[in-house]
Design a protein around this ligand. Sequence first.
Ligand code: UD1
Ligand code: UDP
Length: 384
Amino acid sequence: MLKIMTIFGTRPEAVKLAPVIKKLEENKDLFESIICVTAQHRQMLDQVLDLFEIKPDYDLNIMKPNQSLFELTSNVLLNLQPVLEKEKPDIILVQGDTTTVFVASLAAFYLKIKVGHVEAGLRTFNKYSPFPEEVNRKLTTSIADYHFAPTEISQKNLIDENIDKNSIYVTGNTVIDALFLTLEKLKLDQINNDLSPKVKEISDLCLKINPKNNKKIVLLTGHRRENFGQGFENICYAIKEIAEKNSDVEIIYPVHLNPNVREPVMRIISKNSNIHLIEPLDYEPFVYLMDKSYVIITDSGGVQEEAPSLGKPVLVMRDTTERPEAVLAGTVKLVGTDKDLLIKEANILLNNLDEYKKMSMAHNPYGDGKASQRIIDILKTIKK
Ligand code: UD1
Ligand code: UDP
């Protein structure tokens, strides 16, 4: 029986690995599944663990307030060593490009344990954008034995780096599995008039700020390290102006817990009556809110992948993206963090229906909801 340890630490890794963990659990006769969380995130990780009812076997609990990359990197590495030495898994699974992903791969390599990399092959070709994720994922690629690429573009990026073709598998992105599972649950709960209390809370907020259904809800999220400082100042002043000049707009912003995000946000946009700052949402209410939104403005990787499946236009507050598929398809536009450009592009989407319609066609460039099954099928072929 193949012993697989899934290692993750942050909210997006948990969302994207939850469907894979569920499938591993469905195949108990073939796999021994062990879950280790670094808890690089604490509350934002626990929200996802609770929703998907995932109980870690190991919790390294390493999060510290405003942790530096140095602390984070060394704490993950040192705390993983005894767990890996004790369990000796045949393979570890990691997802994406956080510091947990790179360091877990490095730890596995030091012990000659094989690595499966979910969401492999995303690239911007700029090592400082996103920072440190572009380098995290390149380093992970150079260690990994199995590369689960979400799209053909990511497969090509790996081939261009001389990664053995036979070790690359195009699977789709597991985020779409998580999204579809959650949409299905929401639909059922709605039919049965049995929305979970946290979804009810966000649905009540939408009703309160938009009682006649004649307002446009703009969903905002942001957390990228390369945007800290001037970038976030620009974003906040742009959002303030968009809110002040568009009285038919209600902006909802679940604010990331990183203190470098919260400081400028609280200072600059906490007093506008049509900007609603709320705590990070559980995944299920967040999906509900994405679906209720008119436009999404974000720097998030995961949200860029989910929004096209919901037919929501996205403005991305970054200069680069490793997710070109939805940009090519026209639902996602890169706008960077220039204040005037962000205001201009938001005003076009909010006030020009033709432009809006062009950007709001639903399509699934990142997957069909079956990525985790494909990953499991590949894992089944691996010999101990
Ligand atoms: C991390 C990842 C980033 C990923 C993002 C997803 C790295 C270096 N960064 O960025 O790639 O896109 O997560 O959200 O791997 N905090 C809390 N509670 C939480 C989570 C964070 O209080 O549940 C605060 C803490 O003060 C923590 C700080 O946020 O020190 C930063 O967390 P960290 O994981 O280092 O960076 P993120 O900006 O969250
Ligand atoms: N998300 C969530 N609650 C929120 C904001 C985002 O559940 O308040 C989800 C979102 O749907 C996506 C993931 O978290 O699946 C993205 O996380 P984040 O933006 O923090 O990280 P990134 O994807 O940029 O690495």
